[in-house]
Design a protein around this ligand. Structure first.
Ligand code: PBG
Length: 324
């Protein structure tokens, strides 16, 4: 008969011991709140597939920026939902376009107290719903898209973005945007690159959130979920091109990549806890099948434990308020 010499349970015996030895923490400053600001709404509109998340009016968004600052969040990531879309996504370049107006509102509200970030992609602005413009045969025109991204980055910097976040997975986008920003005098505007972004079913609810008109899929530009080495290639390219922060997206089915990327690079690593990941938890909780708060805490902890320094999550405000 042998009793154990080593007893790991000692370090789990009380809440105080568990707190003392916890290896990972989630802090408000590590959380970034993604927000949707829609043109032409008179009041915030709930997004049915994302319980608790709304399309904001400019006014309701302003209250949310202020709240995020008071709660000490790391930042906000803004998405614009324009009323009118066209083939080239011209609303993205217009200083009076909804996203650029929202960026200006955010800076007026919070100044430098929060990091104001901007999604830099055309899919919310194009009538075909793709992240880039199309050539005469209907294929994504990578390099014509870069020209627009460069101008979009400058428009967002002028509107007030501290950091722009290219999410279109076009080759060379970070280098192109970096040089456009630098030549326009915005050398201090940062780039958070959606470096390893997968073609994922977990973006489903987001399509409702931005009134997406996408037909088809994004498989010629977003990554294949089967590939891990390719993510490292994408991340290293983005860093070489000038990314200040690299992101893995989605988070939960890609925790292995968050860990690999964290071990490989010397810049901050972000991960995006996406719309479908929220929807699954909210749906199960609404049915009484899981404990909602515990599930949220466990998910955010797992993304941090995997190696993400920064987590984009629709639960950012709620969790930060609970942490206080
Ligand atoms: C593209 C973009 C998407 C998301 C963030 N930026 C959608 C897509 O690539 O299809 C998804 C975010 C989420 O699902 O929460 N601009």
């Amino acid at each position: 008969m042998t009793f154990p010499a080593d007893r790991p349970r000692r370090l789990r015996s009380t809440q105080a011991v568990r707190r003392l030895v916890a290896e990972t923490h989630v802090r408000p400053s590590q959380l970034v709140l993604p927000m949707f600001i829609a043109e032409g709404l008179s009041e915030p509109r709930p997004i049915s597939s994302m319980p608790g998340v709304v399309q904001h009016t400019r006014e309701s968004a302003r209250r949310a920026y202020a709240e995020a600052a008071v709660l000490g969040l790391g930042g906000v990531m803004l998405f614009g939902v324009p009323e009118h879309k066209d083939a080239t996504g011209s609303g993205a370049l217009d200083p009076q376009g909804i996203l650029n107006l929202a960026l200006a509102d955010a800076r007026a509200e919070v100044g430098d107290d929060l990091v104001v970030m901007s999604d830099l992609c055309l899919d919310e602005f194009t009538d075909h719903g793709h992240c880039g413009v199309l050539d005469e045969r209907g294929r994504i025109d990578n390099d014509a898209t870069l020209e627009i991204y460069g101008r979009m980055g400058v428009a967002q910097a002028e509107a007030g973005a501290h950091m722009v976040a290219p999410s279109g997975m076009m080759d060379g986008q970070v280098a192109f945007i970096r040089s456009a920003l630098d030549s326009a005098g915005w050398a201090s505007t940062g780039i958070l690159a959606y470096a390893a972004k997968y073609s994922s079913a977990f973006y489903g609810p987001f399509r409702e959130a931005v009134d997406s008109s996408l037909q088809g899929d994004r498989k010629t530009y977003q990554q294949d979920p089967a590939n891990a080495r390719e993510a490292i290639r994408e991340v290293l390219l983005d860093i070489e091109e000038g990314a200040d922060i690299v992101m893995v997206k989605p988070a939960l089915s890609y925790l292995d990549l968050i860990a690999d990327v964290r071990a490989t690079v010397n810049v901050p690593v972000a991960a995006y806890n996406v719309s479908g990941e929220l929807a699954m938890v909210e749906a199960a909780a609404a049915n009484g099948w899981i404990d909602r708060e515990r599930a949220i805490d466990e998910i955010l902890l797992s993304i941090r434990r995997a190696g993400a320094d920064i987590v984009l999550t629709y639960w950012a405000t709620e969790v930060a308020a609970r942490l206080r």
